[in-house]
Write a protein of this length. Structure first.
Length: 195
């Protein structure tokens, strides 16, 4: 996949760039997304709630139920591709460390991660656009149909600041078929089996 020269929203790489470039609750453009799990759920919600697949010329992600809900390994590939192009950087920040520490304390208590696993824990990264990435994302957002851009920004504003547990609960409750293989349903306070 290459960066598209016409800067039209065409493929999943463009969507990741546009999502990272969109304003969030702070309404500043290029609000970072903390953690690959959050990024994956935001991309899933863009498909489900913003109809982003219909705006693309090429294939979007193909989310399948997995251990923590909807999953597509190509999200990792997209981030690595954008990092290789120097459009996205991933870094641990005090904000991500604090947010993650709170989330992690719930998981450690409720899931029972043992001390050995706890020592190997790596905090999530905050995915943010580089200066060049911001320029490319801004151009993509400007050329995007206005209704598509508004829906993309709405998804980011609504869900990017939501605590991860609440975001997962929302996805599991609203899209139960995406959580059929989840290993953390009970820990999220959701019944294990649905009638």
């Amino acid at each position: 996949m290459s960066v598209n020269p016409g800067l039209r929203l065409e493929n999943r790489i463009d969507v990741v760039l546009a999502l990272l470039g969109a304003g969030g609750v702070t309404e500043h453009e290029a609000e970072p997304v903390v953690g690959i799990t959050r990024l994956m759920k935001l991309l899933f919600l863009l498909q489900e709630e913003a109809g982003i697949k219909e705006a693309l010329r090429e294939e979007y992600f193909d989310f399948q139920p997995y251990d923590a809900g909807p999953f597509d390994a190509r999200v990792y590939d997209a981030i690595e591709f954008l990092k290789d192009l120097k459009l996205v950087e991933a870094e641990r920040t005090p904000q991500s460390a604090v947010e993650d520490a709170v989330e992690r304390s719930h998981v450690v208590e409720q899931v029972g991660i043992d001390a050995e696993d706890d020592d190997q824990y790596t905090p999530p990264e905050a995915f943010r656009l580089t200066r060049i990435g911001q320029d490319v994302a801004r151009q993509l957002l400007e050329k995007m149909p206005e209704d598509t851009r508004r829906m993309l920004e709405q998804v980011k504003r609504q869900y990017n600041v939501m605590p991860l547990r609440d975001l997962l609960r929302h996805v599991y409750t609203r899209y139960p078929s995406s959580a059929t293989r989840s290993k953390i349903r009970a820990e999220l306070g959701l019944e294990k089996d649905r009638d």
